[in-house]
Write a protein that binds this ligand. Structure first.
Ligand code: UDX
Length: 472
C-alpha cells in the first residue's frame, strides 16, 4: 500500500531514503533548506557518488513519485508521516553531537502540524533525543498530543546505500510505549514489502532504538581497532596480521568481516559516532562503561602517524625533498567521501614533512581539493606516480588492486610501495622488483617466500571487504 511521506534532509541519508521510499511505491517529498542541493536532485543529479542512486532517483522523478521542496508549509500539507534524515555532526571543539539541524526541523515543522502526525527519526542521535524532541513537537504543534515521534535508525553503508536501504538486514523501530501504537502501524505499512521478505523487525522503546545504532557503530569501530592493535603487535613480533585475521576469522563467533588492518577507519559516521557516544554516556553518568572507546579512537588515530613513520623509513629516514604518489583519498572505496578520511590526513602529514605529494583517486579528487587545496592532484594513477620515490596505497579501490606493477616502472623513480590497506598481492609486487611493505605484515622485500594461503588469500580478503554479502 502506497503512503505519502516527506523526508527532511537530502544529504547522504535523506536523499537515499527519499529515493528508495519512492522506489518502494510511496509518494515522497524531499525537503531541504539548501536550494543548490534541491536543484541538483530535481535535475536528477546526485550531489555525491553513490552507485545505483542516480538511476533510482531519475526513475522516481520521472514517474512523479518523488519531488523536492524547501517549503515546510508544503511538507506539512503534503503528508502526515515525516522522516528526519538531517546530519548530526560532531560539535566543534567537543565530542558531543551537534543537534541543531534536528532541532531546526522540529521547530520549523511542528507549528505547522494541524493533523495527527508521525515523525520518524532516522539520523544517528544521542540517546534521549527522541523523547526530548517528541515533547517539543507536541508543545509546538496545533495537533498537540496527536504528534508522535518514533525512531527508525538507519544502518546504510556508503557505497551500498541503495542496497542497504532496500534490503536491510534488520529494521528497528523505537516507539514511545506510553502513547498509541500508531507509529508502529504506519511503519509496518511503509516497509510492508520488506517485512514480507522476512527482514527481521524489532520494535522497542525509544532509548533502545537510539542506542542500537551507536552500539553497532561502536562495535564495528572496536573490531577495526582490535585488528589494528594486533597489527602493531604483529609488526613488533615479526608476524602477519592478514593471516592472523583469516585464522581467527574462521571462528564464526569472531567472523572475518571488519578485520582488515590498515590505516584505520574514517568517514562521516564511525569517528563522530563513537565520540558522541562517549560524550552522552558521560552526561548520563555511565562514562566508565565506554572508556574503552577512547582507546579504540586512540588506536585508530595512531595508525595515521604510524603510516607516516613507515613512509619516512622507506625513503631513507626523511621525507624532505622526496616525491610521494598517494593512490586513494576517499575514506573507503566506492565513495567520494573524504570526511575524516585517514588517506587524506596521511597525505597532508607527508606533505607537511617536506614531501611533494601527488594524489589520485577515482572519484574523490574534487572533494579532496576543497579540503586540501595545497596537495597536487593527478588525473590518473600513472600520472600521480611520475617521478615518485614512494607509492602509498591508502584506499583499496579495485583499480589499485588490479594495477600491474610493471606498468609503473617507466614512470616511478623508485620501486617502493607502502600498502596502507593490505590490498595488494605482495608476491606480485616483490617479483616485479618492488620493495613492498604492508601494515602489520612481515613481508618486506625478499622475505616471506612461503604463503600457505596463496593463491586465493587476497581474493578472499577482498571479497570479505567489498561484497555486500560480506556485510556484518
Ligand atoms: C558505517 C557503518 O558500517 C554503517 O552501518 C553506518 O550506518 C554508518 O557507518 P560507512 O561509514 O559507510 O558505514 O563505512 P564502513 O564500511 O563501515 O567503513 C568505515 C571505515 O572503516 C572506512 O574508513 C573503512 O576503510 C574502515 N574499515 C572498515 C577498516 O579500516 N577495516 C575494515 O575491516 C573495515
Amino acid at each position: 500500500m502506497a503512503s505519502q511521506m516527506t523526508v527532511f534532509g537530502t544529504g547522504y541519508l535523506g536523499a537515499t531514503h527519499a529515493a528508495c521510499m519512492a522506489e518502494l511505491g510511496h509518494e515522497v517529498l524531499g525537503v531541504d533548506i539548501d536550494p543548490a542541493k534541491l536543484a541538483k536532485l530535481e535535475a536528477g543529479e546526485v550531489p555525491f557518488y553513490e552507485p545505483e542512486l542516480e538511476e533510482v532517483l531519475r526513475r522516481n522523478l520521472a514517474n512523479g513519485r518523488l519531488r523536492f521542496t524547501s517549503s515546510y508549509a508544503e511538507a506539512a500539507e503534503f503528508a502526515d508521516i515525516h522522516f528526519i534524515g538531517v546530519g548530526t555532526p560532531q560539535k566543534k571543539g567537543e565530542y558531543a553531537a551537534d543537534l541543531q539541524y534536528i532541532d531546526a526541523v522540529i521547530d520549523g515543522l511542528a507549528p505547522k502540524l494541524c493533523r495527527p502526525t508521525v515523525i520518524l527519526g532516522k539520523s544517528t542521535v544521542p540517546v534521549g533525543t527522541a523523547k526530548r524532541i517528541g515533547e517539543r513537537a507536541r508543545a509546538l504543534a496545533p495537533a498537540g498530543e496527536g504528534v508522535e515521534v518514533a525512531w527508525n535508525p538507519e544502518f546504510l553503508r556508503e557505497g551500498y546505500a541503495v542496497h542497504d536501504t532496500l534490503h536491510p538486514d534488520r529494521l528497528v523501530l523505537g516507539i514511545d510505549r506510553t502513547r498509541s501504537r500508531r507509529a508502529e502501524e504506519v511503519v509496518r505499512v511503509i516497509y510492508s514489502q520488506l517485512l514480507q521478505e522476512g527482514i527481521p523487525f524489532l520494535v522497542t522503546d525509544l532509548a533502545t532504538a537510539e542506542l542500537v545504532k551507536t552500539a553497532a557503530n561502536s562495535f564495528l569501530a572496536t573490531k577495526i581497532s582490535f585488528i589494528n592493535a594486533m597489527a602493531e603487535v604483529c609488526e613488533a613480533a615479526d608476524a602477519d596480521v592478514t593471516v592472523l585475521a583469516d585464522a581467527i576469522g574462521y571462528d564464526t563467533r569472531i567472523g572475518r568481516l571488519f578485520l582488515n588492518a590498515g590505516i584505520g577507519f574514517g568517514g562521516g559516521c564511525l569517528p563522530k559516532d563513537i565520540r558522541a557516544f562517549m560524550a552522552r554516556a558521560g552526561e548520563l553518568g555511565a562514562d566508565q562503561a565506554l572508556t574503552f572507546l577512547r582507546e579504540v579512537d586512540n588506536i585508530n588515530m595512531r595508525r595515521r602517524t604510524r603510516v607516516v613513520e613507515l613512509a619516512r623509513d622507506m625513503v631513507g629516514g626523511s621525507l624532505l625533498g622526496t616525491r610521494v604518489a598517494v593512490l586513494g583519498a576517499a575514506f573507503k572505496p566506492d565513495s567520494d567521501d573524504v570526511r575524516d578520511s585517514p588517506a587524506l590526513n596521511i597525505a597532508g602529514q607527508v606533505q607537511l614533512q617536506g614531501a611533494s605529494v601527488t594524489v589520485y583517486d577515482p572519484k574523490a579528487i574534487e572533494n579532496s581539493r576543497k579540503l586540501f587545496p595545497t596537495l597536487d592532484y593527478a588525473a590518473t594513477a600513472l600520472d600521480a606516480c611520475r617521478g615518485a620515490d614512494l607509492l602509498l596505497i591508502l584506499t583499496e579501490w579495485t583499480e589499485f588492486q588490479e594495477l600491474d606493477p610493471a606498468s609503473l616502472h617507466p614512470v616511478v623513480r623508485s620501486r617502493t610501495v607502502l600498502d596502507g590497506r593490505n590490498c595488494l598481492d605482495p608476491g606480485e609486487w616483490m617479483r616485479a622488483g618492488w620493495q613492498y611493505r604492508g601494515i602489520g605484515r612481515n613481508c618486506e622485500s625478499g622475505r616471506r617466500q612461503h604463503d600457505p594461503f596463496e593463491p586465493d588469500k587476497f581474493a578472499v580478503a577482498r571479497s570479505f571487504f567489498n561484497t555486500s554479502e560480506g556485510k556484518q
